[in-house]
Design a protein around this ligand. Structure first.
Ligand code: GDP
Ligand code: IMO
Ligand code: MG
Length: 427
């Protein structure tokens, strides 16, 4: 049986948590393959709302095994508080598996994230401050700490020493901060080892065996395509690969096993943190999208920047991820606008440009070219089939599908599990 990838097609917060949860009942494994607790995935089940940061959304489905793959960065203190929070609400988390090769977000990685952002001042990325960038930097610099290192004290001490060697110089001499004591870090990390142990597994072997046994594996992306370190709006990106290829490197499952790549696409656009955003609105429409859509960050509580739908970005997401389907979310938020502008192309230095420019300077100068579609005023939150939608809402979806380059196979009309129109089945 095949593997499916579900990922963000824009700048994150598209509704990946809800979409993953919806499929949770039909899959055997839900795997996070990149990112860490910079993610904030909301799942609403009945009158219960869950905000998941590090844990895969599949943890809320009892039949499903949640997996944290090797490509994820794990902050053990966050992991435990998330597990405790779920246990207190009666969620069984005992099936969780964590790759021994996943890297650990150490306390000094969090410190470095915060001090470097402060140092950048107006040029800051607007990170979530969770230590994501510095942890991936340590991984690439080959001074990272992995989950498996917690089970060899002498190796762990050597590795922490190596990692802090340069960092302490930097902290004291450049940032005017106190040096971090090696023993204190080692002691803290070792204190997590016993509780973590039952979850640690060879997830590569396990997932490949599961696929050989016809089990269904769903990869749940964090962040989104335009936040990808390679394909996003660099340097205003996260430090991992949320795009489809990341599912392979971040889990050890080969690309031939993946049969479906689903892009989660909001019916308008949002972004958190710094960086270019051609369709961003600074007017009453932007405020209304933020208010009606509840566009406030799940992780940092920051207001999200809001704007109209950008088809250039959606086409780009189709291309770099090889998307087979879209899951269009939050269509209900657009109810009540008389007309809805959609960005179909950009104007850059007086020229019409149909595709995302590779040059960062060009993208910073891109002005949206809009086409305006007629809106609808009927409540769509109870719609169960495409035919239940008002004519203009149907036309909006069809127009987006045509512009974006992949079929829209599901439509979200509300935050709840059941507030979804399923057009083509995903599994
Ligand atoms: P994620 O990071 O991609 O999982 O998305 P977030 O959870 O950060 O943000 C999406 C928000 O939209 C959450 O509050 C969801 O409950 C909500 N949501 C998801 N789908 C829909 C939908 O179709 N309609 C409405 N109104 N809300 C939705
Ligand atoms: P989910 O999975 C939206 C943004 C941050 C910042 C940039 C880098 O909920 O969609 P980082 O802490 O990763 O180094 O910050 O990326 N960012 C997100 N924006 N949704 C997310 O996750 C994000 N995770 C990181 O705001 O601009
Ligand atoms: Mg989110």
């Amino acid at each position: 049986m095949p593997a499916l990838v579900l990922l963000g097609a824009q700048w994150g917060d598209e509704g990946k948590g809800k979409a993953t949860d919806l499929l949770g009942g039909s899959v055997d494994y839900v795997v996070r393959y990149q990112g860490g607790n910079n993610a904030g995935h909301t799942v609403v089940v009945g009158d219960q709302k869950y905000a998941l940061h590090l844990l895969p959304s599949g943890i809320l489905t009892p039949e499903c095994t949640p997996v944290i793959g090797n490509g994820v960065v794990v902050d053990p203190s966050v992991l435990f508080s998330e597990l405790n929070g779920l246990n207190e609400r009666g969620v069984d988390t005992s099936k969780l598996l964590i790759s021994g090769n996943a890297h650990i977000i150490t306390p000094y990685n969090v410190t470095v994230d915060k001090v470097t952002e402060r140092f950048l001042g107006t040029r800051k990325i607007g990170t979530t401050g969770r230590g994501i960038g510095p942890t991936y930097a340590d991984k690439i610099n080959r001074v990272g700490i992995r989950v498996q290192d917690l089970y060899d004290e002498s190796i762990l001490t050597q590795k922490v020493e190596a990692a802090l060697d340069v960092k302490n110089q930097m902290l004291t001499k450049l940032y005017n901060r106190r040096a971090i004591a090696i023993e204190q870090v080692v002691e803290e990390l070792l204190s997590y080892a016993d509780r973590l142990k039952p979850y640690v597994a060879d997830t590569v072997l396990l997932l490949n065996k599961a696929l050989d046994d016809d089990k269904v594996v769903l990869f749940e992306g964090g962040q989104g395509t335009l936040l990808d370190i390679d394909h996003g709006t660099y340097p205003f990106v996260t430090s991992s690969n949320p795009t489809a290829g990341g599912a392979c490197t971040g889990s050890g499952v080969g690309p031939t096993k993946i049969s479906r790549v689903i892009g989660i696409l909001k019916a308008y656009t949002t972004r958190v943190g710094s960086g270019p955003f051609p369709t961003e609105l600074f007017d009453a429409d932007g405020d209304a999208l933020r208010r009606i859509g509840g566009e406030r960050g799940v992780t940092t509580g920051r207001d999200r920047r809001c704007g109209w739908f950008d088809a250039v970005i959606a086409r780009y997401a189709t291309r770099v991820n090889g998307l087979t389907d879209f899951f269009l979310t939050k269509l209900d938020v657009l109810t009540g606008w008389e007309e809805i502008p959609v960005c179909v192309a950009y104007e850059i230095d007086g020229k019409r440009v149909e595709e995302l420019p590779y040059s960062q300077s060009d993208f910073h100068h891109a002005k949206p070219i809009y086409e305006t579609l007629p809106g609808w005023s009927e409540d769509i939150t109870k719609a169960k089939t495409f035919a239940d939608l008002p004519k203009n809402a149907q036309a909006y979806v069809k127009a987006l599908e045509e512009m974006s380059g992949a079929p829209i196979s599901a439509i979200g009309v509300g935050p709840g599990r059941t507030e979804t129109i399923e057009i083509n089945s995903f599994i």
